[in-house]
Design a protein around this ligand. Structure first.
Ligand SMILES: Nc1nc2c(ncn2[C@@H]2O[C@H](COP(=O)(O)OP(=O)(O)OP(=O)(O)O)[C@@H](O)[C@H]2O)c(=O)[nH]1
Ligand SMILES: [Mg+2]
Length: 294
């Protein structure tokens, strides 16, 4: 049996969470086109007959602007401790002026004692002949153990990445039972599904100031779930936008989230959402601890 821990790092929006979900074959980390979608570290496990890969998805590397950002940074650096392989994910559509940012992010990881595989993601979005020069320039940034161009969304070449990872892993125990796919509690995944729909349906600065707390999650006698959740935002004006005209925005967030939650829990779900204002919560330690950022 081969096994090991593999951290997935990179700048915001590179496709880290999409890649992790693809590798484990289930959605445990939410995905959106807004940067800083992932806020904590999320474990995902892939178990095969002769191999167990424990992945750790992390927040995108960026300069923190508040206490939440500082916490996110800590999650990244604790996730890269005691690992066997680091995947560094880059969006293949990057502009020329972004190479120094990638370089700085890589240096910040100080991962020199661990093999780093460069994952050049979103190859479905670039012309074939522009990919080679991109790979060439990226390969000059760091002494990578391997370079794998792929599309996490489409699944193209993900098998090649798995091969590279397995080559770098050594003999080891099976750390988790075969049916375990994540360390995220059910409640947390449900809260994240709701946040994902809010991220996708809202724009500008609002998504960054959103947090979701499950206030009640109860299984009824007939097997269905009753879930009560609060969507926190930072301003009264944001609350009005999240609720929308005649409550339509909130309704849309709820109905899309409910579909995902029902699939995840394999059960009918009654979901009720409330919007609450908590000014500047991203700098309020005690509040952040209560909603899961300990
Ligand atoms: N076309 C294309 N889009 C992709 C691919 N991988 C990810 N995306 C999209 O890129 C966006 C960001 O994906 P995420 O997986 O949330 O990226 P992330 O790196 O986890 O982002 P943060 O958590 O914010 O750091 C989403 O809109 C994805 O659908 C890919 O291979 N091809
Ligand atoms: Mg993510």
């Amino acid at each position: 049996m081969k096994s090991g821990f593999v951290a997935i790092c990179g700048r915001p929006n590179a496709g880290k969470s999409t890649l992790m979900n693809k590798i484990i074959g289930e959605k445990v980390a939410i995905v959106s086109n807004k940067p800083q979608t992932t806020r904590t570290k999320i474990m995902g496990v892939r178990t095969e007959d002769d191999c167990q890969i424990v992945l750790i998805d992390t927040p995108g590397i960026h300069k923190p602007h508040n206490k939440l950002g500082e916490k996110m940074e800590k999650y990244i650096y604790t996730a890269t401790k005691d690992i066997d392989v680091l995947l560094y994910v880059v969006d293949a559509t990057l502009y020329d002026n972004e190479y120094p940012k990638e370089k700085a992010a890589l240096e910040g990881l100080k991962a020199s004692d661990v093999p780093v595989i460069l994952v050049v993601n979103k190859v479905d979005k670039v012309e074939k002949n522009s990919l080679l020069p991109t790979i060439q320039k990226l390969s000059e940034l760091y002494d990578f153990s391997g370079i794998v161009p792929l599309s996490a969304k489409m699944g193209d070449n993900v098998d090649a990445l798995l091969g590279e990872i397995k080559n770098l892993l050594s003999e080891g125990p099976q750390f988790f039972p075969g049916d375990i796919i994540t360390d995220q509690p059910e409640r947390q995944i449900v809260a994240e599904f709701i946040r994902e729909k809010a991220l996708r349906l809202l724009n500008q600065e609002i998504p960054h100031g959103i947090a979701v707390e499950i206030e009640k999650m109860q299984r009824r006698e007939n097997g269905t779930y009753e879930i009560l959740a609060a969507i926190y935002c930072e301003r009264q004006s944001h609350k009005a936008i999240i609720i929308g005209k005649k409550g339509e925005k909130l309704k849309e967030i709820g109905s899309r989230a409910r579909q995902d939650i029902e699939r995840f829990l394999s059960s009918k779900v009654y979901l009720e959402l409330w919007v609450k204002v908590k000014e500047d919560w991203r700098n309020k330690e005690a509040f952040m601890n209560t909603i899961g950022f300990e």
